[in-house]
Design a protein around this ligand. Structure first.
Ligand code: TXA
Ligand code: MG
Length: 329
């Protein structure tokens, strides 16, 4: 029931896009690649269509969606009270992995896109398939990551297929996504602007363009500005623990767990031959590695946190969420 169309190698590319556009215009959802992760797209002006995204993902209705558009010019038709800082961010980072929270132009978006907020998260993705689709569609495309809610975001079409099989009619397969974690979310309605979700576009890069921004990562208050941040995310099935990569500690942990007759998977930059399973750890491999753990019979997963990893806000944010902040000790 779910069809996968390979767009990058397809001889009949034009037809693939036509199919996708027709499906989207008829109010159904289509999964497509972006440079960050795969998105699950629907016409952002159509309430019924957008509700199918929530249904397919099992996503809580109070978690708003990111709207994708083909250019800054298109974005400016859908938002208002755009500050010069916001314009500077668009010029500096679009197309790219930065989502801007801005005041929405009223009466454009279906209410379930914004979860009834006055604001909207909007970005221009930097991926040829996403951009071609948006140019042909000529509609704003609401798209969260194309995973089942709570599971790691998809970085391959097969991840989308695994989660969405028979729930959606079409997946555009553009190969592996380049960045591998979701966009940075920057709230431009506060002053100074606030990073609601860290991503590939770093605080330093943003500050180089617009000056001071605040960082709200690690904010677990009950009334988060970015509703999605309160939900646990990206979790594999077996319990995942973070572990400091100090001398001998990981080996000891592996021995201890195996001594109890349990199987262990290690996600790390370097391999641990004693572990039952090893998977790579980097921004672009983390989600695939978490999904691979789910395909093993590991009872426990360790993710090795190198000293360098700790300085990577975006990667640490995803690791801590996946582990639900559990450290092995
Ligand atoms: O890289 C990405 O951003 C991917 C690709 C597909 O573009 N999309 C993505 O969407 O990660 P999603 O829905 O999984 O994450 C959207 C995040 C959530 O944390 C949500 O709460 C926040 O953006 N968000 C969306 N609209 C918002 C708004 N109006 N105010 C505050 N936060 C908002
Ligand atoms: Mg998501």
């Amino acid at each position: 029931k779910t069809k996968i169309v390979v767009v990058d190698k397809n001889v009949d590319e034009e037809n693939s896009y036509t199919q996708a556009v027709d499906i989207l215009k008829s109010g159904e959802v289509v999964a497509f690649p972006t440079e960050t992760v795969y998105g699950l797209g629907a016409d952002a002006t159509n309430f019924e269509a957008v509700s199918k995204i929530f249904e397919a993902k099992g996503r809580p209705a109070d978690n708003p969606l990111i709207v994708h558009v083909d250019s800054k010019e298109t974005a400016l038709r859908y938002v208002q009270e755009v500050s010069s800082k916001a314009l500077d961010c668009m010029d500096a980072f679009w197309p790219g992995a930065l989502t801007l929270i801005l005041k929405a132009e009223p009466e454009i978006f279906a209410s379930n896109v914004t979860a009834d907020l006055q604001t909207v998260g909007i970005r221009v993705p930097n991926h040829p398939v996403a951009l071609t689709l948006l140019q042909k569609l000529q509609l704003p495309l609401a798209a969260p990551s194309a995973n089942t809610s709570g599971k790691p975001s998809p970085t391959l079409a097969e991840h989308v297929f695994h989660d969405m099989e028979s729930k959606i009619p079409l997946i555009l397969d553009g190969g592996a996504t380049e960045i591998g974690i979701e966009s940075t979310v920057l709230d431009m309605t506060s002053e100074p602007p606030v990073i609601l979700r860290p991503g590939k576009v770093s605080k330093e890069q943003i500050e180089a363009v617009i000056g001071t921004v605040r960082s709200s990562s690690g904010n677990t208050s009950n009334v988060p500005k970015s509703p999605g941040m309160k939900y646990m995310h990206y979790a594999p099935t077996a319990p995942l623990y973070l572990i400091e990569n100090e001398k001998g500690l990981i080996e000891k942990a592996i021995e201890y767990v195996q001594g109890k007759g349990k199987r262990i998977a290690v996600i790390s930059e370097t391999e641990y031959p004693m572990a039952d399973f090893n998977f790579p750890l980097s921004m672009d491999s983390l989600y695939a590695s978490l999904r691979k753990c789910d395909l093993t019979d590991a009872d426990l997963i360790l993710a090795s946190v190198e000293s360098g990893t700790k300085e990577n806000d975006a990667l640490m944010n995803r690791l801590e969420k996946a582990a639900d902040h559990k450290w092995f000790s």
